[in-house]
Design a protein around this ligand. Structure first.
Ligand SMILES: [Cu+2]
Length: 478
């Protein structure tokens, strides 16, 4: 019980509900939770901190700083992003309906900005649109936002500067209702969806791009995203927020959920849709709830195929053996996908990457259509950041042979694991939450993807113990 209580951090004054909550966790099933009573539990944002506050004369005071950050997307890939208080997305703000909040905002970016409170009903001077409701907050300046919260639900904050939104500046803003929503949940999570286009040799996202090769949950691409740890039988809420150029169909394996909330508002129970996939559009939020009655390591992911992968870039070469690929140019205009010769359906134009990643795109990296030789594969593997070379030596990732007729089968290769090394990085992403996953698991988790691990009590307690030890040791895996 100890570690469970520790898990539901009491720092923000939600502690009172924890004991009742542990009680409620036992044997609860759909719609049978206690009537809405007691304080809501705090939201957990995996891989992202909460923004701390102090109380000053009854006002919750937060300090929010927009600044350049180094964000580890996956071990070995650290991106230069703009974020808040050291991370992108920024820390989650949690407050209660009825609170008065003061957010002291400092702009440590090299250009003007302003913070918009997405979905909040507040005075126009607090709406954060530079040039309309307020003056731009200049580099080095501070602006004090203060308002009262009369709504509850899932909100977020971001600058009202479009390109800044595309380089990391987003954060969750949860307003808890006065008493918990019914039925009560045992776990409440927030996941922010973001996407970046970053060339393999760069750390800088191309914010003008229209195609993205790094897709993240809370600033991490799978398998670096921390799994959600659930005890069998618990009722779970996951709040998903999206700010990018794409709408993401978020799919949960193994369970049929209720969609209980949209951006800024809980929905009436009578109209909760049921399903297993929810399309989270840009600027939207979706709250889903389900009862985790069956154990397993269940996937939660965006179902756009290109969003289930990492480092999706033209460098991987053509996705077929036929033709030599479209030659994209190296200059700005050519790299935006214009052909240099022939036409798009010419015999020699097999699909490479349609719309390139921009400057410095694919012209010098055209490669042959043959299978990778062992030497090429070894070279590619050695160059791969974060590869587990120890596993490589132990032969855990040796390459099985390609079937003899593979090259005669149209479309080969697609997910041809036998051709390249498995992309496993179990060791690099090891943390309490990954304890007990099958060896090599990380090779099958990429992009906007994580695991919802529904565990029996003894496995659950084991991971909570590991987490408690990790926290006591101040040892942060990420
Ligand atoms: Cu997606």
């Amino acid at each position: 019980m100890n570690h469970r209580r520790r898990f539901f951090r009491t720092v923000f004054g939600f502690g009172a509900g924890a004991a009742a909550l542990a009680q409620a966790a036992k044997g609860q099933h759909a719609h049978s939770g206690p009537a809405n009573s007691g304080a809501p539990i705090p939201v957990v944002t995996p891989d992202i901190e909460d923004l701390p506050f102090t109380m000053e004369n009854g006002v919750k005071v937060f300090h929010l700083i927009a600044e350049p950050v180094k964000q580890t997307i996956i071990p070995g890939r650290i991106f230069d992003l703009w974020g808040f208080n050291g991370s992108a997305p920024g820390p989650t703000i949690q407050a209660n309906e009825g609170d008065r909040v003061r957010i002291v905002f400092e702009n440590h970016l090299p250009e003007p900005t302003g913070i918009h409170w997405h979905g909040l009903e507040l005075p126009i001077e607090m709406d954060g649109v530079p040039g309309i409701g307020q003056k731009p907050v200049m580099p080095g300046e501070r602006y004090v936002y203060e308002f009262s919260l009369h709504q509850n639900g899932t909100f977020f904050y971001h600058p009202h500067m479009a390109m800044q939104e595309m380089v990391g500046l987003l954060g969750g803003f949860v307003i808890h209702p006065k008493s918990a929503y019914a039925p009560r949940v045992d776990k409440d999570y927030l996941i922010a969806l973001q996407e970046y286009a970053v060339l393999p040799n760069s750390t800088i996202p191309n914010s003008m791009n229209m195609e993205f090769n790094w897709l993240t949950f809370n600033g991490k691409a799978g398998p670096a995203s921390t799994p959600l740890i659930i005890q069998q039988g618990e009722r779970v809420r996951i709040r998903i927020i999206n700010l990018g150029m794409d709408h993401h169909p978020i799919h949960l394996h193994g369970f049929t959920f209720w969609e209980t909330g949209r951006e800024g508002a809980r929905q009436p129970e009578a109209i909760w849709p049921r399903g297993n996939t929810t399309l989270v559009g840009v600027a939207q939020a979706r709250d889903i709830e389900f009862v985790a009655d069956r154990t397993g390591d269940w996937m939660l992911h965006c179902h756009l195929p290109h969003h289930m992968m990492n480092q999706m870039a033209s460098n991987v070469g053509p996705m077929t053996r036929l033709g030599s690929g479209i030659q994209a140019g190296g200059s700005m205009e050519e790299a935006m996908g214009m052909l240099r010769e022939g036409h798009a359906t010419a015999e020699n134009k097999a699909p490479s990457l349609g719309r390139g990643l921009g400057v410095g795109s694919t012209s010098e990296i055209a490669r042959s259509n043959g299978p990778l030789t062992q030497t090429e594969a070894d070279k590619a593997m050695a160059a791969m950041p974060g590869m587990d070379h120890s596993q490589m030596q132990h032969g855990a990732m040796s390459m099985p042979e390609i079937p003899k007729n593979a090259n005669q089968v149209p479309l080969f290769p697609q997910d041809a694991f036998m051709e390249g090394p498995m992309m496993a990085m179990d060791k690099e992403v090891e943390k309490p939450e990954t304890f007990g996953l099958p060896p090599g698991w990380s090779g099958f988790v990429g992009g906007m993807m994580t695991l919802v691990r529904v565990l029996r009590p003894e496995q659950y307690d084991k991971i909570m113990d590991l987490k408690a030890k990790q926290q006591a040791g101040g040892n942060h895996a990420h």
